[in-house]
Design a protein around this ligand. Structure first.
Ligand code: SAM
Length: 272
């Protein structure tokens, strides 16, 4: 596991850090101050591994197997949910994340399930500096990409993902249905991704440049994430402009859906 000074600092941070006006914190690197150890420790309560595995079923496994992919880089491993699932399904997975506390948690979660995950700490903006070799597939799941607040960082991250993929590699990246949130207001089936029964995940503020999500836990603990509400078609355009030849977008794991219906979109972007 690689680490750096910022990473070690994260491992000991317990309180989220926002400026006086948290709505002004719209900066890509801010995620490191948001995923503090106490929140990381609660993440699995929020996502509920069993509920999430049941709701997404074999979706990602089928997409990867149908394309004959084996070597997978999970660039936003978080606490390791997909890295563990895919490793168990026989894929050769590297679990990476920009946040040291997340990487450590993913390793621990793998270990407690009898796996030794290959882990690395890597920020997407400098991915190929820390991760070497080419992958069949990259996954960036759990609405992670929307931590990027600036367009040049989104383009840069996609260019790094593109470069880390083999010539026929595939990128699987998901996002909340921000179009529906911006145009119609928030509603959620609370069925996919955040499956924990007693945890509420709701936006406390939304405008064109910021979706501030708030997570309330039954013990009274509360955390927030400042995310950038990127629209579906804008994201699809970014993939194409980064060089991906084909992009297919699913809604809540279905290939046909009414635009406003899904809570999440899953994009499958192929290099060739
Ligand atoms: N994929 C996991 C899941 O679905 O449970 C984690 C999702 S969590 C919402 C977002 C993750 O993205 C965090 O672990 C965070 O550290 C990581 N992340 C955010 N911005 C990043 C960046 N610029 N580089 C690397 N990782 C980043």
């Amino acid at each position: 596991m690689t680490s750096d000074v910022a990473g070690n600092a994260e491992l000991t941070m317990t309180q989220q850090a926002y400026s006086k006006d948290p709505l002004a914190d719209r900066e890509t690197g801010h995620y490191r101050k948001e995923y503090v150890t106490s929140f990381v420790d609660k993440w699995d309560e929020l996502i509920d591994w069993d509920g999430r595995a049941q709701s997404e079923g074999q979706f990602f496994i089928d997409i990867l197997k149908a394309r004959g992919k084996e070597r997978v880089l999970d660039v936003a491993c978080g606490t390791g949910f997909h890295s563990v699932r895919l490793t168990k399904a026989g894929f050769d997975v590297t679990a990476a994340d920009g946040n040291a506390a997340m990487v450590a948690k993913a390793f621990e979660n793998g270990q407690s399930r009898g796996l030794i995950l290959k882990t690395a700490q890597a920020d997407w903006r400098w991915l190929n500096r820390d991760i070497h070799g080419k992958y069949d597939a990259i996954i960036c799941l759990g609405n992670s990409f929307t931590h990027l607040h600036e367009e040049q960082d989104r383009r840069r991250a996609l260019a790094e993902f593109y470069a880390a993929l083999k010539h026929d590699g595939v990128l699987i990246l998901d996002q909340r249905n921000y179009d529906a949130m911006l145009d119609r207001g928030f509603s959620s089936k609370h069925k996919y991704y955040y499956c924990g029964d007693d945890v509420s995940a709701e936006p406390e503020h939304i405008d064109d440049g910021l979706c501030r999500m708030r997570y309330d836990f039954p013990d009274g603990a509360s955390y927030t994430l400042n995310l950038c509400p990127i629209r579906k078609d804008y994201m699809r355009r970014l993939f194409r402009e980064a060089g991906f030849e084909r992009v297919r977008t699913y809604g809540d794991f279905q290939d046909t859906y009414a635009e406003e219906e899904p809570d999440f979109f899953i994009h499958i972007a192929e290099k060739s």
